[in-house]
Ligand binder design. Structure first.
Ligand code: ARG
Length: 461
């Protein structure tokens, strides 16, 4: 069955049908397509195209098709329809007979496909947000398991300053909180009804578009029929939100691949999220994290694919736009799988607290603390920086760690040092001066953790 054909003398070639058909992938929209069509049948009744009885028969037949599509794993077997919209109308005709011929009155597949995608995306945004919140909660649990652990923070991949382990994890919590917000925003942008736009010029029937929007739970109606037909921004918004989330997962993955390596030795990943080598018996590889990092590239590729597809398309609908679905589904699937994987990895992590603490103690992450202490005691900061820089140089030359220096030796090195500053040679001490909001001071971090718990509830809402 075709939804067109009158104007043609012969049918499409087999090669064209194979080339242009989208059922293989847009069948994922069947539930949305049917829900949208049921609402449309009710709208057709309101404009007098369908009688109450016809509308009831159509809505009922749609409902049976919907159940069948969910229950019967062979539902799509052998279907050769051009797309999911065609398949649904064919099934409707099979069930409801001639009355089905009225269902497409004043409607275009151009608006229908936009409607279906918007309905599908709304749910997918909620799912993504839920999975992000789950992961964010797991990171908070991981923070609580090692509340006092000290690690060196890095810049330029060089040990920079000591931070609390929960402070490090809260950095990822912030990224995920922004990601969750982006999905709220993506949902808001998808949550607009295009129906009533017709193919591009607005429907020829006086639909109460606000009523259809209410029926389907949309917050608003699109304001311009040409824009509605041509627009895929709402898909791009989702893909950008997905890409950014994946980017964050990829950075977390990279951190933990390093931290769990023999070179770092900070953490152990669970057996259940690692794999071995077919050749090297000793290996325990972080494949779960590597795949998260790898899939990030795929999802960014999906965003790029659609950006490039839409770029330069003349208004309004063009068939190129059918190419939006595979990247969207692909990105959504990879995102959901990666978020679940990240959560499982985070649940499996054991931190060897002594190792990062030792890494912090062996390096000169306390240098800034010392320089700041000097400047609090009245030494101009550039001078303080110079003094501590010389102390580090001297230590590097003589192979001395911070803990090797006594208070007396510090004072002998530079008279500006006071005896009480020696305690800052311990990396856990200096961070106590960083109680500024957003800093790694122990109280600031405890407060941030408590706030994060409360914000988590919002992310789940
Ligand atoms: N399958 C098409 C898509 O995904 C929707 C149908 C519109 N087709 C058309 N020839 N106007 O975009």
């Amino acid at each position: 069955m075709k939804l067109w054909g009158g104007r043609f003398e012969s049918g499409p070639s087999e090669v064209f049908e194979r080339f242009s058909g989208s059922l293989d992938f847009d069948k994922r929209l069947i539930d949305a397509d049917i829900r949208g069509s049921q609402a449309f049948a009710r709208a057709l009744e309101r404009v007098g195209i369908l009688t109450a009885d016809e509308r009831a028969r159509i809505v009922d037949a749609f409902e049976q098709i919907r159940t069948e599509a969910v229950d019967d794993p062979r539902f799509f077997d052998g279907a050769t329809d051009e797309d999911v919209h065609t398949l649904v109308i064919r099934k409707l005709k099979e069930r409801a007979g001639d009355v089905a011929d009225k269902i497409h009155t004043g409607r275009s597949r151009n608006e229908q496909v936009s409607l279906d995608m918007r309905l599908w995306l709304r749910e997918e945004c909620d799912r993504a947000r839920g999975l992000i919140a789950d992961l964010a909660g797991t990171l908070l649990n991981l923070a609580n398991r090692y509340p006092d652990a000290v690690i060196p923070g890095y810049t330029h991949m060089r040990r920079a300053q000591a931070v609390l382990w929960p402070h490090y994890l809260l950095a990822y919590f912030e990224m995920l909180a922004r990601d969750a917000e982006r999905f709220v925003e993506a949902r808001r942008r998808a949550n607009v009804l295009p129906l009533g736009s017709g193919a591009l010029a607005g429907s020829g029937f006086p639909f109460d578009r606000e009523a259809i929007a209410r029926d389907l739970g949309f917050a608003a109606v699109t304001r311009n029929s040409m824009d509605a037909s041509a627009d895929r921004d709402f898909v791009l918004d989702f893909l950008y939100a997905a890409s950014t989330t994946m980017l964050h997962l990829s950075r977390l993955a990279e951190d933990w691949i390093l931290y769990s390596s023999e070179e770092f030795g900070w953490m152990e990943l669970g057996d259940e999220v690692t794999s071995g080598s077919s050749l090297m018996p000793q290996k325990k590889n972080p494949d779960s994290l590597e795949l998260m990092r790898g899939k990030c590239g795929r999802v960014i590729g999906c965003l790029n694919a659609l950006l490039v597809t839409v770029k330069g398309l003349p208004l309004t609908y063009n068939r190129d736009m059918q190419e939006d679905k595979e990247p969207l589904f692909e990105a959504a699937d990879q995102l959901a799988a990666s978020l679940e994987m990240a959560r499982a990895v985070a649940e499996s992590v054991e931190l060897h607290v002594d190792r990062p603490r030792q890494a912090a103690a062996e390096s000169w992450v306390v240098a800034t603390d010392l320089a700041e202490a000097l400047s609090r005691a009245g030494v101009p900061f550039h001078r303080a920086h110079q003094i501590v820089g010389k102390l580090v140089l001297e230590s590097v030359r003589r192979g001395r760690k911070p803990a090797d220096w006594t208070a007396a030796e510090l004072e002998a090195f530079a008279p500006e040092f006071r005896p009480e500053m020696a305690r800052l040679l311990d990396p856990a001490e200096g961070m106590k001066s960083r109680e500024v909001p957003g800093g790694t001071g122990p109280q600031a971090v405890a407060g941030a953790l408590a706030e994060a718990r409360a914000r988590l509830a919002q992310m789940h809402a």
